[in-house]
Design a binder for this molecule. Structure first.
Ligand code: PMP
Length: 362
């Protein structure tokens, strides 16, 4: 760490994820907990990934492939980039830290469109950089004029999350293109596309087309959501080679374990699991939209696998009561949205149970 970063360490707040299932089980003594708090895949992990993990167990005495070449080659073939345009990380979270360590130093500015995923801020603070918050505009849409207005010669990194966590809103292709054209080229743009596969809007882009075109964009992806592999920790960045080469310098050689590499490579080709997941997500989202509407609650149209719902001033009480009844969701207060809950799309039964409990509380 540089000196400034060491000073700022005392201001860092560790990330607090949703309550784990086992913890609530122990607290309540209930066997069945419903967790709709971390945007995980309710159908479970990709079966092909599980087979690949089983097939790799006998090699666990070996170090993993430090170059992650098989996974990078699979990604390159699938996404029409070169293997040298990928860096594999221990979850998308690690990519954010690596990116911050590579490009940020004391005094730099990082633009974050808030509310959003908290790890961008963590990465900035870790390196002693200054966070410049640009609030989302009306209906949680990205405010392009405000983003451009926040840019100055100190800006090093612009973090865009699309679909955005926790709002589910997205940045249309034409607007991203315009933004990339007007931004000074020394600014690295992080396009966090962790939820990209759930997006259904025709003008949605995961940003890869701009990587192919050579813009200074790094697209973050994860195997935690669509592929159901959150527990094994694997994600990646896709970017022009010059950016990847710099990040590779700060990466630990064995950051991605052997089981994760094998699981990810297999999951990429599990088209059946992907199909079922997307179908279930679209159905589940409609079920939640309809249920909230019947309860007179409005929610934000989501391009993702979660829904942000406006509960009103009672949101915290509803969140706590749900928790006491064994249902874990996220309280919007952590993003300064104290009237909202962020609810991951679950199975049909989980969604129904959630709606029933909310109806009985309100
Ligand atoms: N980006 C966003 C927007 C996320 O919501 C998450 C997971 N919560 C991640 C990145 C990182 O996911 P993981 O570290 O599990 O790959």
């Amino acid at each position: 760490f540089n000196v400034k970063a060491r000073e700022t360490l005392q201001h860092l707040t560790p990330y607090t994820p949703g309550k784990p299932i086992w913890e609530l089980q122990a607290e309540l003594g209930l066997p069945n907990i419903i967790k709709l708090a971390s945007n995980e895949n309710p159908l479970g992990p990709s079966p092909r990934a599980l087979d690949a993990i089983a097939g790799s167990l006998h090699d666990l005495h070996r170090y993993p492939d430090a170059s992650t070449s098989r996974l990078r080659q699979s990604l390159a073939a699938k996404l029409e980039l070169s293997p040298d345009q990928f860096i594999i990380s221990n979850g998308g979270d690690e990519l954010i830290t690596l990116l911050s360590e590579t490009f940020l130093e004391t005094g730099d500015e990082v633009i974050i469109c808030t509310p959003s995923f908290s790890e961008y801020e963590f990465g900035a603070h870790l390196m002693g950089a200054t966070v410049v918050q640009v609030p989302l505009g009306e209906n949680f849409q990205f405010d392009i004029d405000a983003i451009v207005g926040a840019v100055n010669e100190l800006t090093k990194l612009l973090c865009l999350c699309s679909p955005n966590n926790p709002t589910g809103t997205y940045l249309p292709r034409g607007i991203l293109h315009h933004l990339l054209d007007v931004l000074p080229k020394h600014i690295v743009v992080l396009m966090d596309a962790a939820y990209s596969q759930f997006a259904t809007a025709s003008d949605y882009t995961d940003g890869l087309e701009f990587v192919r075109a050579g813009y200074p964009v790094i697209v973050l992806q994860t195997f935690s959501k669509l592929y159901g592999l959150a527990g094994i920790r694997v994600g990646y960045g896709a970017a022009p080679e010059t950016i990847i080469r710099q990040i590779a310098k700060v990466k630990e050689p064995f950051n991605v374990n052997a089981l994760a590499q094998a699981a990810a490579a297999a999951a990429l080709y599990d088209t059946e699991h992907v199909r079922l997941t997307l179908e279930a997500n679209n159905r589940g989202k409609l079920q939640l939209y309809q249920g909230f509407q019947e309860l007179g609650l409005s929610c934000v149209e989501s391009m993702s696998n979660f829904v942000l719902v406006d509960i009103g001033p009672d949101a915290k009480r509803v969140y706590e009561t749900l928790l006491a009844r064994g249902i874990i969701v996220r309280f919007g207060g952590i993003w300064n949205l104290p009237h909202y809950l962020r609810i991951s799309v679950g199975t049909r039964e989980e969604n129904a149970a959630l709606l029933k409990e909310i109806a009985s509380i309100m």
